[in-house]
Design a protein. Structure first.
Length: 313
């Protein structure tokens, strides 16, 4: 067996030579362990957890040594080895200064502390009961004749003042409108034997005296704390009893309604507060025997009135 013996001696000699030329052989890291650079430390932190990585780092002065193996070969973690991924703890579980957890809304904003704008929306000013002040007077000639050009009418104002202490503009707080009903008898050029013609009108919302409060023509004065209707009912200003016309009698009634404004839109729907009726009256006695004669105008204005409006719920 000389050949086999020669081979064994040759192998033994080769091993002795390798030991002599590799003095660091005893300090070399085993194939399954290697030092960890910062990139690997971060990766291992995510894989095995902070607790496990800390124990590996404290194993000795030679530096951290961790198993060099695929994640699927890791051993089962203990309860102390908590996996921490991403932000720690997650944003939606962090504690506020008051110690209460906040929840993330769909918009991504924490919902525990409302913004100033949200607080302003949440706290709306209470709309209080306004005051309605009505004033009126007769505003016309004391006499009229069939062939004259006579002014017969009234001047009136109805002012709604917002509740004391309110900041909301009156126009934004209240729906305020005026209603009118009238009836008259007058002699017109087509009358037979000076017989008066009758006319009447049921209750209707009166012209511009309603929301939106158009203040361009002076009929409505819209100020922050009040809304004023300026009206001249009757046959005066731009409408007069011209030649051939004679007003025998005239009755005109007014009332006002107020309600809280709903959603910024005008509505006459109930519930609303309603004032008493205020009535103006004019009469004149026509003398068919003396149609050209001027006669006295008898007038009675509705007067003045103040109401405390009780807004319904």
């Amino acid at each position: 067996m000389p050949l086999r013996k020669d081979r064994e001696e040759s192998d033994a000699e080769a091993k002795a030579n390798r030991r002599a030329t590799d003095p660091d052989r005893d300090r070399r890291v085993a194939p399954e362990f290697r030092p960890v650079d910062p990139g690997m430390a971060t990766a291992m932190q995510r894989s095995v957890g902070n607790a496990a990585l800390g124990r590996m780092i404290t194993q000795g002065a030679a530096g951290p040594r961790v198993p060099h193996a695929a994640p699927s070969t890791r051993t089962k973690r203990t309860q102390d080895e908590v996996v921490e991924r991403g932000e720690s703890p997650p944003t939606n579980l962090r504690k506020t200064e008051e110690g209460a957890a906040t929840r993330t809304t769909r918009s991504g904003k924490a919902g525990a502390t409302p913004s100033v704008k949200d607080k302003e929306k949440a706290v709306e000013e209470e709309i209080g009961d306004p005051t309605l002040v009505f004033t009126s007077r007769y505003d016309g000639d004391d006499e009229q004749s069939l062939n004259g050009n006579n002014s017969i009418g009234f001047a009136q104002t109805a002012t709604l003042r917002r509740a004391d202490g309110m900041q909301t503009p009156a126009a934004d707080a209240y729906d305020f409108w005026q209603e009118v009903s009238d009836e008259s008898r007058q002699i017109v050029p087509s009358s037979v034997n000076y017989r008066p013609k009758k006319s009447s009108r049921a209750w209707v919302v009166d012209g511009p005296f309603r929301p939106p409060y158009n203040d361009e023509d002076g009929n409505v004065i819209n100020e922050a704390d009040r809304i004023t209707f300026v009206d001249n009912p009757g046959f005066s200003t731009s409408t007069r009893m011209s030649a051939g016309y004679f007003l025998v009698d005239y009755t005109v009634r007014f009332r006002w309604k107020v309600r809280k404004k709903l959603g910024g839109r005008f509505t006459k729907a109930e519930p609303f507060w309603e004032s008493d009726e205020m009535t103006h009256r004019v009469t004149a006695t026509f003398d068919a025997e003396n149609p050209e004669e001027a006669v006295r105008v008898n007038h009675r204005a509705a007067g003045n009135r103040t109401w405390t409006v009780r807004l319904p719920n």
